[in-house]
Write a new protein. Structure first.
Length: 277
């Protein structure tokens, strides 16, 4: 009897895996088309200086609404894009569109915006090619490296570690800023961080989410802010939704923030309105 049940469980498990596989295949097929037809939109989320209440830059975030699949969040299609190599053409389209857009917006602004783009681990497999591609695209789109920022997660640093670090070093020397995204969820040690060519730590939104209710979260946030200060790095808090979170961060001298309290990611047109208001 027990054996039978165990057997059934395996069947259910197999079905789940097969369903997962076929979902991925479907996403892959649709994604390939969507990239070709340029159906994946670039949205922009403001990064704020919460003291001056001014926008300092934007982060490019992808939005895909597929005719068959409906809205597919990046957390679902980015991993598929990484596994299949579709991340390369997808990234290139995103870069060209976003860089051109920022340059146009900056032409009309007194304080230029900085554009942040998320990079995947997979892209650092051929890091020399990546570095030359970034330079090529910035040049073609007339965007100064000073107004461009790379966001990578801690785990990206650990995969192909040496290749990745060399690439970041070259990008930083070129004038580009490097931010570590979702910081605090990975495994970076203080000693390791000290040696890295980086400019900024972005505190993961899970720590910001319940700053007040969860004592350990506020301790982690404080520790990251202090760590950034002692390493002379900038620090940005992501996922700031509530006024009390903003107040807490300001009190602890974290001035740069991103989150729904300021703005959700906006379409190009909505971003334009936001900038003009
Ligand atoms: P991320 O880079 O850490 O981006 C922040 C995510 O948090 C975004 O989700 C954003 O919409 C969301 N967010 C921002 N403020 C708030 C807030 O106040 N509250 C809450 N609950 N959420 C907030 P999104 O757009 O779904 O993107 C998820 C992840 O997908 C990104 O995390 C990034 O890792 C990845 N991603 C998105 N676009 C790209 C891309 O062009 N390339 C790559 N490689 N990854 C991307
Ligand atoms: Mg990011
Ligand atoms: Mg993040
Ligand atoms: Mg993330």
């Amino acid at each position: 009897e027990a054996k039978k049940q165990g057997g059934n469980r395996v069947v259910v498990f197999d079905e789940l895996i097969n369903k997962d596989k076929s979902d991925r295949l479907r996403i892959e097929a649709r994604l390939r088309k969507a990239i070709q037809k340029k159906e994946i939109a670039v949205y922009y989320q403001p990064k704020m200086n919460a003291i001056t209440n001014k926008i300092t830059g934007v982060e490019a975030l992808l939005r895909w609404n597929d005719q068959e699949l409906g809205f597919v969040p990046p957390d679902q299609f980015i991993p598929v894009a990484e596994e299949t190599g579709l991340i390369h053409p997808l990234w290139e389209c995103t870069m060209r569109e976003a860089c051109t857009q920022i340059r146009k917006w900056n032409e009309k602004r007194e304080d230029p915006l900085c554009l942040a783009v998320n990079f995947s681990a997979r892209q650092f497999q051929d890091s020399e090619l990546l570095v030359s591609k970034v330079k090529e695209i910035l040049t073609e789109c007339w965007l100064t490296p000073e107004y461009f920022e790379v966001e990578i997660t801690e785990s990206t640093l650990f995969i192909q570690s040496e290749e990745t670090i060399m690439a970041l070093k070259h990008l930083k020397e070129y004038g580009i800023s490097i931010s570590i995204d979702d910081f605090g969820t990975g495994y970076s040690s203080l000693n390791y961080l000290k040696t890295l060519p980086i400019n900024c730590l972005k505190i993961d939104r899970s720590f910001i989410q319940d700053l007040q209710t969860d004592g350990s979260n506020s301790e982690i946030t404080d520790a990251i802010i202090n760590m950034a200060r002692s390493l002379k790095l900038q620090v940005v808090a992501e996922g700031v939704e509530e006024e009390y979170q903003k107040e807490y961060l300001l009190k602890n001298e974290c001035w740069h923030m991103q989150g729904y309290l300021f703005s959700k990611p906006l379409s190009k047109n909505d971003m334009e309105k936001y900038l003009n208001q």
